[in-house]
Design a protein around this ligand. Sequence first.
Ligand code: NAD
Length: 499
Amino acid sequence: MTLTVQDWKKKAAAIKPETRMYIDGKFVDSVTGRKFESINPATGEVVAAVAQGNAEDVDRAVASGRKAFKSGVWSRMEPRARMDVMSRFADLIEEHAEDFAVLDTLDMGKPISDMINVDIPGSLSTIRFFAESIDKMEGVVTATNSDALHYILRQPIGVCGLVVPWNYPLMMAAWKIAPALSCGNSIILKPAEQSPLSALLLAKLFSEAGGPDGVFNVVTGFGEETGKPMALHMDVDKIGFTGSGEVGKLMLIYAGQSNMKRVTTECGGKSPQIVMADCEDLETAAATGVAGIYGNQGEVCSAGSRILVDRKLYGDYVDLFTAAAKKSVALGDPLNPDTTMGPLVTTEQQSRVLGYIDAGKSEGAKLAFGGVVPAEYNAGCYVEPTLFTDVSNKMKIAQEEIFGPVASIIPVDGYDNAIEVANDTIYGLAASIWTADLKKAHRFARDIEAGIVWVNAYEAGDATTPWGGFKQSGNGRDKCLEALTQYTQTKSVWIDLNG
Ligand code: NAD
């Protein structure tokens, strides 16, 4: 049965989110008893007052994670038993799909239909993928002297701090917790202060699935007060981070200032969507371009925010892009299943995005549409889908991550020029090319400085496809089997067979 906007509103009114932290298998208040408010960006109303953690709460969570890890209750659990817990965990998340949808939509304004069609299936497939991998992880015997046996053991790292952003609260958490838990680690999940609620439900369901106490902890609160002490902690072995480049760099510094913990980072982007003169289906390229930048309000690390179009079809592309945006972007109440674009996450984010729109105008880009707060939704943090044309790649709007619904179309002349402009950025997360020429497509895959490449597509992928960047987009890879190497460490074991 498809739920209507009234059904979702009823569910949103009825939901009673958990607001305490989760440590050692129990919900607990913060040590200080302080709380912070999560605000619904569509209405400005308070969704919940949530426990505001600090370094002492982090200490408690780390101690609980360490105790569980050392006991072996999870880290040495028989692999098939761990698989059973992880797959029951996925089943419980699926049973609570509507609760998760409501929590993330209220917390950060994402359209409820995105939760149902993107975030929940994406979270489930990732957890199931890693659950299935648990008894497929193998060590290696190396070709060494015949009078010795040498093998390489792969073991969990220990206590992992997982610090995640607000743009896909459930899914970004799932991408981190799934490999970390599957490998046998204890975890402390630190959700973003803008979107703490779904993480708390996740932890509860892990316990209900049979996950032992202390293995999955959640500390809620602000970055400086919780994420920082976690990253500086001498008894945390690994930080898995997704967020801004600025904080990603701090994580590397904190690791150096403390115990050299392992750090993987998944950060921002300024990803190019390139349309070559030999593109066979310009209409599809334009419609995909629209989804690639305006999906999730443009609050996507891989948002295709720079659209590089060959000058030969520049005018046609701009017309088709404009028509596709008009047709497919439905701004509105995120609890309405027909809405495809909700509010931005906070008033600060709204001001930031409007500031970039001012910068685009003052640097001489042409505002083709949007650029304002829609009059009928001025109670929330909305910004209309916005397009700048005649953008130069040197402009601020082409160089900095806006993280909002702002597209820039940049004219280019042929393949070499397109590659030069595409690579002229500090980022390297994702990129696409639209071309009918197979050789050009492969050359692009070779030449582009990005971790994720699409040909005649955008935002395609599944749990098997590595997610991570080149350059300042970070050093980690989420999803995919490679993630298992980031939550395990190897041990070399040499056995002398002489005598
Ligand atoms: P952010 O860096 O401000 O915050 C991310 C997390 O770090 C939050 O939990 C926050 O509380 C915490 N944090 C903030 N300051 C901290 C500090 N000093 N020490 C420790 N922790 C701290 O990012 P955001 O605004 O929540 O998210 C948006 C960013 O995330 C964008 O740049 C986006 O591109 C990026 N992102 C990347 C990916 C990816 O896979 N590459 C996916 C989603 C989002």
